[in-house]
Ligand binder design. Sequence first.
Ligand SMILES: [Fe+2]
Length: 248
Amino acid sequence: MSPVNTRPKSGGFVPRDRDWQPDALTPWYKTSVKRSPQAALLSFPTTLSEETSPVFGHGLLGKLDNDLILNYAKPGESAIGPRIIVHGRVLDEMGRGVPGALLEFWQANAGGRYRHKKESYQAALDPNFGGCGRTITAEDGSYEFRTIQPGPYPWPNGMNDWRPAHIHFSVFGHGFAQRLITQMYFEGDPHIPLCPIVGVLKSQEAIDALTAPLDLHHTVPMDSRAFKFDIVLRGQRQTYFENRKEGM
Ligand SMILES: [Fe+2]
């Protein structure tokens, strides 16, 4: 499904392509009207503590933090839905793995329903699924977690807009000022080209970078399929981030 990728794969300095990121104001995605800046941006200097702390360690994590199938389930039970493994690497602009990054993820259940008091979709809650988890990248920048594949859900934008199945990701570096947020989609989802949020991206290549392919090599037979999602923090191959367009 990928078009010809004209971006360099590795090596050498590559300047940022600022056209890669979508415009802040995209009226067909209604909330962008209020969220987009109405005046020139101001730059605030960061403080030392914002740049240097906290440093997340594995002591922070609970045993089931990276297992959404079990981390909210009653003993002996598990979340309902297609069981999947999501894995990949967090990479810098040169393709090097970034260790020690705190990854947090949240998602709807298999029916497309969030466990949230403002959720208005009629799909049922799964009593054994909370929808949140976290992990820390290894020395080579790799990560992995287990979950169920979320369902698509409707949202109040146009008359009949549906989000593709997706998982929200937050990436924390070593400082409070280093947080990036994005979404991962699933290969083959027919909702992807129809979604107004996906539609703010300027090229199929940018959409493909957020779309995790099925990874048969990482599946667990008779247990879980796997999807692979790499996150590139900056540079020309940077992942699209919602909260900080320029990346790290
Ligand atoms: Fe969502």
